[in-house]
Design a binder for this molecule. Structure first.
Ligand SMILES: Nc1ncnc2c1ncn2[C@@H]1O[C@H](COP(=O)(O)OP(=O)(O)OP(=O)(O)O)[C@@H](O)[C@H]1O
Ligand SMILES: [Mg+2]
Length: 223
């Protein structure tokens, strides 16, 4: 990276050519998911839903773009929702498709931070790739407090992508059915957005224990 006087930071030539060599860098997947590939996902045999989720993921990559719906991964912490979503982005980037990854809360924060109260608009450079990329992963949907602004912003993104027949993949911890005192997906994103999501996505519910805990405490095979 080099700093050009008056022009802010600019990528040096060697870094630019690295980006061209590695189009996956443009997808913006956080480094902690570097190891997420289809072949590193080990479905827990005790939970059939994990095997089915893996099969749906493989089919999505293989059949894309001749596929009608995006995917909505629903499940508790650490069952591999983001792992599978990132695997899709890797598979499709390798096939030359344009993809972008965003965590729901970071996206909202970036849009909010770029808001200009004078013009009452947000920076188009942030929203534009989110609206136009061929495949968008929105990770941890519903993680931010559902204010009216959050609902309106999400509705704009989801509706625009839906109308343009772009594929979106969501992950969320919020279930459709109320589990005890937990909030539901509808509580977190509102009734209209939930309805649209069910139309534009195939729902993949995953069950299982937290892989992070299983792997770090006892070793995967003893879980
Ligand atoms: N079945 C699996 N096989 C291999 N690695 C897995 C599996 N499930 C999860 N992992 C790994 O465990 C970690 C957590 O998985 P991941 O982030 O995909 O969970 P998640 O369902 O998205 O959880 P959260 O709801 O907390 O975001 C990651 O490092 C991921 O690669
Ligand atoms: Mg996740």
């Amino acid at each position: 990276m080099e700093i050009i006087a008056g022009k802010g930071a600019r990528l040096c030539e060697c870094r630019s050519s690295e980006l061209q060599d590695n189009p996956f860098e443009k997808v913006r997947v956080p480094a902690r998911y570097n190891g997420c590939h289809l072949n590193s996902f080990k479905a827990d045999p005790k939970h059939e839903s994990q095997k089915l989720a893996l099969l749906d993921t493989m089919r999505f990559i293989k059949e894309f773009p001749a596929i009608d719906q995006g995917l909505l991964f629903i499940g508790p912490c650490g069952v591999g929702k983001t792992h599978l979503a990132v695997s899709i982005l890797k598979g499709l980037t390798e096939r030359g498709f344009q993809c972008v990854f965003y965590e729901f809360s970071s996206l909202l924060k970036e849009i909010q931070d770029s808001y200009n109260p004078n013009t009452k608009t947000s920076e188009l450079s942030i929203l534009s790739p989110v609206l136009t990329t061929q495949v968008l992963v929105l990770d941890e949907l519903g993680a931010s407090k559902p204010t009216d602004w959050v609902k309106d912003t999400m509705a704009h993104i989801v509706n625009t992508r839906y109308n343009d027949r772009k594929h979106t993949i969501f992950t969320t911890n919020y279930f459709d059915q109320r589990q005890g005192n937990e909030e539901t997906l509808e509580d977190r994103i509102g009734v209209r957005l939930r309805s649209r999501l069910y139309e534009m996505c195939r729902v993949i519910e995953m069950s299982g224990s937290d892989y992070r805990v299983r792997f770090n405490s006892r070793g995967l095979n003893q879980a």
